[in-house]
Ligand binder design. Structure first.
Ligand code: NAP
Length: 528
């Protein structure tokens, strides 16, 4: 079973012990005591190892391999020797030594071998040797040779590799290294692109993954916190069969989708996990990454939410792969959902337009058919407006697009049998439903509004009944506040956001989405 290891940079024995107790309480299985800055006090170090509430990895990482130790090798190896003897019976579970150090000197190897368990060890010791290799810049060109060299040492119990991921695809190589292991293996990618390797280490059977005790105490770039691994990425539920989903976009760092969908998997006991997946904007990156995810069978990649700038790339990819495209998504020119069906075929669809339609229909307590002939004013002509216009015209509403750049309104209107008008014309128009698809009023510009409800030409006789703002941050925009005060039914962008996510969840899992839970996750996120 893959273990959760919390690295602790030791500055004092008291601090390290307190951190180790906190790690245990948070659910860690072991701790890595990084003695880089604490290698001079042997007695305190031995006491710390002996008193630790969890099994330990002891590491003294030199600065030339990303650590803080700047002494000589013999000094730190002497500390290993001392710990090996002084802690007999209650010693570290592992010593970690870099391959480069181990390779360099037969004398040093001999000293290490005195205190670790290996086939020729006459002494009784439980401490195993982790041989490790780190590259903080890139994937080392000789990665495979390094693995073989480490594994070939009879004294090596665990092979550890960590390198800076150049793209999401490097994670797949980490999984391959783990799956093809001859000895227990840790293979992790560092940096933003490497999160996948850290979370899915358990799916592929790595010896362990590292998680920081909190945001301030990571020891490598991209290390999640133990709370994130356990609460957000469903660590305890992960297994070899777990289905993998994600949000594909650039950027994706602040996406709420991982919190929503993982909460959904939790709430329905669905064996899935959902991760952020940043792919650079170009189609070639999208195609290469998604293509390699699909080809890596044991990853069980089953779908993704697809956001800016890849909504069109998704359509192109699914078409090239001879998958199925939802007709309205093709007409909109953008899909936000990739579903990998049980037979491996692909389906691209757009859950935004239906989410917008249902948000309004539910607020009005009407069926979609009742939208026929309703006069709908859409502010904006960007991506959100396209989905909204497509949805409402498909149900025979009378849609007018008001946009700052009239040409764009014209083009959008032409494609969907709608009308186009200049943005300011909204002030002299009358309509039943107003939908804001511009970012005006969005955080942090919360004092702005795209339309002054109070100065409507004839408020008393106006037919305006519903105001829907696609913005979800803040939940209640100035536009919605004023519309509510004027007696209109108001709909927040949160409703659209929750519904588009719920539709994705249902496509992927075949189960009803726990929409109330989704809504709560979104509101909690927005309120913190
Ligand atoms: P987009 O493609 O960039 O389009 C933005 C539109 O707003 C454009 O038509 C632009 O006019 C107009 N606009 C921007 N600033 C303006 C200003 N100061 N005055 C007048 N018009 C202005 O963006 P998008 O992806 O459609 O997103 C728009 C909004 O929808 C965002 O606030 C987003 O939060 C929201 N949204 C919500 C959801 C949800 O699930 N609730 C989903 C998607 C989007 P020009 O054409 O003249 O540039």
């Amino acid at each position: 079973m893959t273990k959760l290891c919390v690295p602790i940079m030791v500055d004092s024995a008291d601090q390290a012990l307190a951190d180790a107790h906190a790690a245990k309480a948070a659910g860690a299985d072991l701790v890595e005591l990084r003695l880089d800055r604490f290698s001079d006090d042997r007695i305190a170090a031995a006491k710390l190892v002996g008193n630790c509430p969890l099994p330990t990895i002891v590491t003294i990482r030199p600065n030339w391999e990303g650590g803080d130790y700047d002494g000589d090798d013999m000094h730190r190896i002497a500390l290993f020797e001392y710990l090996g003897v002084a802690c007999a019976g209650q010693g570290p579970a592992y010593f970690d030594v870099e391959l480069a150090t181990y390779d360099r000197s037969a004398n040093l190897r001999q000293k290490v071998m005195l205190v670790v368990d290996h086939p020729g060890q006459p002494r009784l010791t439980d401490t195993g040797l982790i041989l490790s290799s780190h590259d903080f810049n890139t994937r080392p060109p000789d990665l495979i040779r390094r693995i073989k060299t480490m594994a070939d040492y009879g004294s090596c119990r665990v092979v550890k590799l960590a390198w800076a991921a150049r793209s999401l695809r490097d994670n797949l190589e980490a999984f391959e290294v783990i799956e093809q292991r001859h000895k227990p293996t840790i293979a992790l990618c560092m940096g933003e692109h490497g999160l996948m390797s850290r979370v899915l280490a358990k799916k592929f059977g790595a010896l362990l993954t590292f998680a920081a005790i909190d945001d301030a105490h990571g020891t490598a770039p991209g290390q999640p916190t133990i709370h994130e691994l356990k609460s957000l990425y469903r660590w305890d539920a992960l297994n070899a069969d777990t289905q993998v989903f994600g949000v594909i976009g650039d950027p994706v760092g602040h996406s709420m989708s991982p919190a929503i969908h993982n909460a959904g998997f939790d709430g329905t006991n669905y064996d899935g996990v959902y991760l952020p997946m940043r792919i650079p904007p170009e189609y070639e990156h999208f195609k290469a990454t998604v293509g390699s995810f699909l080809a890596y069978e044991s990853l069980h990649f089953r779908g993704a939410s697809v956001t800016i700038p890849h909504k069109h790339n998704l359509l192109r990819f699914v078409e090239e792969m001879q998958g199925e495209i939802e007709p309205l998504a093709a007409q909109i020119g953008a899909a936000n959902t990739l579903t990998v069906r049980d037979d491996g075929s692909l389906y691209a669809s757009n859950t935004d337009y239906a989410a917008a339609l249902d948000s309004v229909c539910d607020a009005l307590k009407i069926q979609r058919d009742a939208l026929q002939s309703k006069r709908v004013a859409v502010l904006g002509a960007g991506g959100a407006a396209r989905a909204v216009v497509a949805g409402f015209t498909a149900h025979n509403a009378e849609v007018t697009v008001f946009n700052r750049t009239l040409d764009k309104a014209d083009t959008l209107a032409e494609g969907f049998d709608a009308h186009a008008a200049a943005f300011d014309d909204i002030n002299s128009a009358d309509f039943d439903i107003l939908i804001n698809c511009t970012p005006i009023g969005m955080h942090p510009n919360e004092d702005a509004t795209p339309y002054d409800v109070t100065s409507h030409p004839s408020p008393a006789t106006s037919t305006l009944r519903v105001v829907f703002d696609t913005i979800y941050n803040p939940v209640e925009t100035k536009l919605l506040r004023e519309a509510k005060a004027a007696g209109c039914i108001t709909v927040s962008g949160v409703e659209m956001f929750v519904r588009q996510a719920a539709a994705q969840f249902e496509l992927w899992t075949g189960q009803p989405a726990p929409s109330d839970r989704f809504r709560q996750v979104v509101l909690d996120r927005l309120n913190t």
